[in-house]
Design a protein around this ligand. Structure first.
Ligand code: SF4
Length: 317
């Protein structure tokens, strides 16, 4: 009869996760959509960091990019329009052990979800927020969004968008308790990966604005940046995001920027030509709201009931 060594019988099998472990349904974005590159980068980071899929949650609101959770073979929550961030904060408040990725668009985050954006930055809970900025409402077929450039014709403004676009990067830098802000582009996989990996590794609310191509409705709005990289400037610093030396041939414009310098970060964020890409600001010392919400997570069911009853008893008359 086979004897089972008890120590070995209870040992967990080590698992190595491959890209396939994170791949959900077949993405139904348009051919050439920048969302595909972002999805691939996130799946690669999950694989390279060996995150167990059952310990990852993808959260989104509504919009093209908000289909993200469907394409991740992890837990996911496809929420209401503009409500990705409160859902993500709720997840993190009670499940600090989970890695949270938030996919939101310029309409979802910067318009209907703007109030949540302000407060989620202030809460500074540990999550990575991907603002996929394609400068349009794509899912509802071509309406002006808060980031649509002046003059771009849309269904709601056939004569061209009338107002200056909102700048998500400089706006985020203006919110209280901001701890990580970066900017990148979907069409350079190496820079995109490095930026998202740095955002994932930051403990706190990491906000990454990604210029995201939408060939269906805003084809051309990022053409200048894409065709001529001299319209971009790569931010460099020992405390910044390491840039793959292979990119030296593409990105000749470089700027040494200390990401702890808020004044300079705000000044840089206003620039659109050349547009800075890389780490704009980071302060790892900012307080995290989840440090208070974690309290009590280790209590038993009985202890929770007792604590609840004690609280309720305070209102006895
Ligand atoms: Fe992507 Fe634009 Fe198509 Fe939406 S409409 S899936 S953003 S290309």
């Amino acid at each position: 009869m086979l004897e089972v060594n008890e120590d070995l019988a209870h040992e967990e099998c080590p698992r190595y996760f491959t890209l396939e472990d994170y791949e959900g349904g077949v993405a139904r974005w348009c051919p050439g959509c920048g969302d595909l590159a972002v999805l691939t980068a996130v799946q690669r980071i999950c694989r390279d960091e060996q995150l167990a899929p059952e310990k990852v949650v993808a959260v989104s609101g509504i919009g093209c990019s908000s289909r993200f959770p469907h394409y991740m073979n992890t837990y996911g929550f496809h929420g209401l329009h503009g409500r990705a961030l409160p859902v993500a904060c709720g997840v993190k408040a009670r499940r600090p052990d989970l890695t949270v990725w938030v996919a939101t668009g310029d309409g979802d985050c910067c318009s209907i979800g703007a109030g949540h954006w302000v407060h989620a930055v202030r809460y500074n809970m540990d999550m990575t927020v991907l603002l996929l900025d394609n400068a349009i409402y794509g899912l509802t077929k071509n309406q002006t969004s808060p980031t649509t450039p002046i003059g771009v014709a849309t269904n709601t403004h056939p004569g061209g968008a009338l107002l200056p676009p909102l700048n998500p990067t400089s706006s985020t830098l203006g919110f209280t308790n901001v701890s990580f802000v970066a900017q990148t582009v979907d069409w350079n996989p190496a820079h995109l990966y490095a930026t998202l990996q740095a955002a994932y590794q930051h403990r706190g609310f990491s906000f990454v604005r990604i210029l995201q191509r939408c060939p269906t409705y805003t084809a051309g709005v990022f053409d200048e940046y894409q065709r001529d990289p001299s319209h971009l400037v790569v931010l460099e610093h020992d405390d910044g995001i390491p840039v793959d030396p292979a990119l030296d041939r593409i990105f000749k414009n470089r700027l040494v920027h200390d990401p702890s310098d808020m004044g300079e970060a705000r000044r840089l964020a206003e620039h659109t030509d050349p547009l800075p890409i890389g780490l704009v600001f980071r302060d790892p010392a900012r307080p995290l709201y989840e440090q208070t919400t974690y309290q009590g997570l280790d209590m038993t069911r009985e202890q929770r009931n007792d604590a609840l009853n004690q609280e309720l008893d305070r209102f006895l008359v």
